[in-house]
Design a protein around this ligand. Sequence first.
Ligand code: 13P
Ligand code: SF4
Length: 304
Amino acid sequence: REQLDQYKERLLQLKKERNAIILAHYYMRGEVQEVADYIGDSFGLAQKAKDTDADVILFCGVHFMAESAKILNPNKIVLMPDERSGCPMADMVTGDGLRKLKAEHPNATVVAYVNTSAEVKAETDICCTSSNALKVINSVESDEIIWVPDKNLGHYVSQFTDKKMIIWQGYCNTHDLLTPEEVLALKAEYPDAPIVVHPECRPEVVALGDYVGSTTGILKYCRESNFENYIVATEEGVRYMLEKESPEKTFHFASRYMVCPNMKVHNVKKMVRALETMQPQIEVDPEVAEKARRSLDRMLEIVP
Ligand code: 13P
Ligand code: SF4
């Protein structure tokens, strides 16, 4: 604890010296959320990255998020505390794979979840996150959509649109492992508790949700409703903010295995090191970034 306090003090000092901002996803360890300037879901983080006037962005999230921050800010330095923080779902679709699918469906509009590489975003017409996916789908003119990479979020939004969706078969290892049986077992224990679900979960789990939405949506729902107990079907890092915002409520996580290991590699010690050494920096090929920026900018116009 004492050492952690020392790191935190040093971090504050370095932040001033570098004119840096710390952006963190809700799945970060508590110690990272404690020192962040802004904590958000993937939409909020992209929005904040676009708005900041800091010179340096220290991004505590997975690689595609930091990459998006760099795409939106080609002239700023974007650092990650630990570069090994990838997203397996984002790796499930490649630029080549998407180009092949586009060739098979030349009239389709490509909508990509932000959980994708810069190369895939460069091949995309418009990005979305789980918070604005349906609005994005309904904002495009075409009746045919190529959707990458999350099959579960794709299935969820397809229920609310008449458009034909060609859905890539990617998924999030962390959310997809949850079964309806696990959720129902908790429901039997807490029959009055609402079930709140992230749409990256399987369709059978999402179907049980009293509320389905992005991380920010889940937090808002739990903050603004009045139950004693909640059954939460998403990554465990959200507990930190749920309990901070509603200390009087009890949150039962549907599975103790819903931990995204990629999000947990960051810590305050590595944050200090990144600002000290100004490494590792996130770089994106300028030509790819230019194209990817268009699909991200289009998304940012569609506020959840
Ligand atoms: P949101 O932060 O948009 O809810 O997405 C969750 C997620 O899995 C991020 O990788
Ligand atoms: Fe990727 Fe899933 Fe981790 Fe989000 S929770 S970063 S989608 S692996």
